[in-house]
Design a protein around this ligand. Structure first.
Ligand SMILES: Cc1cc2nc3c(=O)[nH]c(=O)nc-3n(C[C@H](O)[C@H](O)[C@H](O)COP(=O)(O)O)c2cc1C
Length: 201
């Protein structure tokens, strides 16, 4: 067994690479990759992301109250650094990264074309510490590309190839998922075999 510093968490905990798209108050389009993103419990409609203070993304979310979490496949691996490099707020990051926009349904921030799913969010709450801000968003609209769905409307991981990353000493390794063909119903966690959340919307 090897022992690592507690701060090396993401070297052993694969994370999704999502792209957050926002608009500045002036309407300038911004994109940044965010990996510290998670849903807040089943069956809620909340999502939480950890942001450093110095992010145009955070500023835009605070100013407009909106953002889109774009879920990317491995096809967008070459857009990660293009959108992660520091760009002044007046730069349109769709143009900079060569990405096209798709209109959102309920928010003004545009979606990124070529992703496999889009979560349109509105700012719900923030938790601020000196080194970071936890931003909680309420998902207003969730759309998934037909190409990323199985016939029974679940994520087809082989076709979507969700983009993940594993941190390392010198950088990030990009990865994706493999379905191991092992399914369990939620009810299996409960003695009566019934999922208490099943009746909820
Ligand atoms: C794979 C990857 C994941 C990242 N995840 C986060 C994150 O979860 N939170 C964060 O604040 N910055 C994260 N960053 C850094 C931002 O993407 C980067 O600082 C970006 O330039 C911020 O852009 P903005 O100022 O336009 O918001 C990540 C960068 C990469 C490459």
């Amino acid at each position: 067994m090897a022992v690592f510093k507690p701060s090396k968490r993401e070297e052993f905990m694969p994370l999704p690479i999502t792209f957050i798209s926002t608009l500045g108050r002036d309407g300038i389009r911004n994109i940044a990759p965010y990996s510290c993103v998670m849903p807040v419990l089943r069956p809620l409609d909340l999502i939480c992301l950890a942001s450093a203070h110095k992010r145009d993304t955070l500023k835009n979310i605070r100013e407009t109250g909106e953002f889109v979490v774009n879920l990317a496949g491995t096809n967008l691996a070459d857009k990660v650094i293009a959108t992660a490099r520091h760009a002044p707020p007046e730069v349109d990051e769709f143009e900079l990264a060569g990405l096209s926009e798709m209109p959102s349904v309920l928010v003004k921030a545009p979606r990124i074309a070529g992703c496999y799913a889009w979560l349109e969010c509105k700012l719900y709450k923030e938790y601020e510490e000196p080194g970071y801000v936890l931003v909680m968003g309420k998902v207003l609209q969730l759309d998934v590309s037909d190409n990323a769905l199985t016939p029974d409307n679940t994520l087809d991981v082989n076709r979507a190839e969700p983009l993940l990353m594993v941190g390392g000493k010198k950088g990030m390794r990009y990865c994706t998922l493999r379905d191991i063909g092992h399914f369990e119903p939620y009810g299996a966690m409960f003695p009566d075999g019934k999922d208490p959340l099943e009746q909820l919307p």
